[in-house]
Ligand binder design. Sequence first.
Ligand code: F6R
Length: 623
Amino acid sequence: MCGIVGYIGDKFAAPFLLDGLTKLEYRGYDSAGIAVFDGKEIFIEKTVGRLDALKDKLKNNLPNGSIGIGHTRWATHGRPSDRNAHPHTDCHGDFVVVHNGIIENYMSLKEELIAKGHVFKSETDTEVVPHLVEEYYQGNFIAAVREVLKRIEGSYSLVFMSKANHDELICAKQDNPLVVGIGEGENFIASDIPAIINRTRSTYILNDGEIAIIKKDSVTITDRNGKVIDKKIFHVSWNAEAAEKGGYEHFMLKEINEQPKAIKDTMRGFIKQIRPAKNNNDERIAQDGSQIIFPELKWDPAFFNNINKIYIVACGTAYHAGLVGKFYIEKLARMLVEVDLASEFRYRDPIIDDKTLTIFISQSGETSDTLAAMKESKQRGAKTLAITNVIGSSLAREADQVLYTIAGPEIAVASTKAYTTQLILMFMLALYMSQLRNTLSTERTRELISLLKKIPSQISETLSDVEPIKTFAQRYGFNEHVFYIGRSLDYDVALEGALKLKEISYIHAEAYAAGELKHGTLALIIEGVPVIALATQKSVYDKTISNIKEVKARDAVVIGIAAEGDTELEKYIDHVIYVPNTDELLIPLLTVVPLQLLAYYAAITRGCDVDKPRNLAKSVTVE
Ligand code: F6R
């Protein structure tokens, strides 16, 4: 996720900007830059790569001004490069902007601005913003910014700087964090508290829709229309380490809680509202429903009708997301999909030709087995699609086409928000394919899209009451074996739940397709063994209940995961955790959340190092 800093005061801005960006390094970034008004011009330096590279460039050339902004970029639109690094400017360098988020309508704005003669220097969505300021500026900086905010759609925290108005910085927030630090004769801006914590502990935490006008000895906060807001100062009591984790005890917990936003960000731009068109004969888009679009996919729509085989290839948690992806594509787009572990795929002589599509899922985009599998399938003539969280990663560079999850950097070794964003992307891809292949009715498409939009708030609901999960973790966290069972999509989620528990709490956990128990595993079920039973799939519900009765009859302690409204399950088992109700296709996005939390609290109960489990690395770059 991009990092933002800003300074206005009596001291030199550059040392604070570089120090603040260093404090935000933990968030991950691919390029960095600063802009400082030096008394005459706005001086800008930026570079792809580490902050050290930026500091090196500035070594003998540190600008002297006392108003400036800085940025570390986590690429979303446009590869990591010097040109795409922030800050960005208008045509003449009079207005400079740093941005965290996504401007959804940048394509149409860019076309409009180019038609008016603006010259763009980067491939970013952000660059439309300073050009828009240039367009609207008529001597009143804040008035121009307000006009710009009316034009842009999407998520942002933005800081604006102007050569002509070098006694103030303006910032605006929508869906991305922004904090103003209040000093004496100086004020600070940051996307996160760690950047300012050693300068001040008095802050304004901006809310969506708020604009801050920051001078060296005043901060005025208004709404979009200019109405002044009387905002309370928030005193930060966290230490630096807690501040990096946003006040959470571990990155894993922070990332579990970031899932609603990560999912919203990943969906952004892919759901298009279709207006009724009078002369439109296409029944699929003639009504006022929504459609899935993938502007990034440059394949001809006929492509999905011409391929005859799909492989999904990945490792670990990403492989589990692939299993759910297979279910989605087969169910919605009616195409046969095979899922392979990347470490196995290329050694089994897979049947591939130029009508094969191979989809590679990887959070990091650097997993060596996944990369090797991609190279192998390209050599054999397949078309390749990467689904990754890291722009410019090796997998993204190697693939024919790429779709990005917008989860932001995942720091905890145990993957959480990457998994749910991978599921969302696979679901939207399957829906997109179903539209092209005409395999789903308009009503069903519309129903699924409207349920899809509710998922972020339903995850927030699931996250709002963790006490029962904590209690189970404390009660059963010292067991040596835990079993997870489920059928259909519940089984796929069970696999992910068991992996989470294994990797961070070191409890031996196994997931089984519930119907398979009696073929061997039932022998391990004895009195007191915890069994986590997922029972959300309506088509196999009765059969799952029968399997649950089988383990209950062996005196296992059964904790069920069910959808709200299920009154049956609790009759047979010890405890039930309910998640909000939705379509059974989408419910894995909700049922996995209590399983992530259960693993987290079990690890805490056992005193394990949650963010850095033993023997594991975040990215496995060796075979
Ligand atoms: C488990 C986990 C790993 C990764 C796997 C693939 O929590 O994080 O199983 O999912 O190593 O990593 P990526 O997705 O980076 O290819």
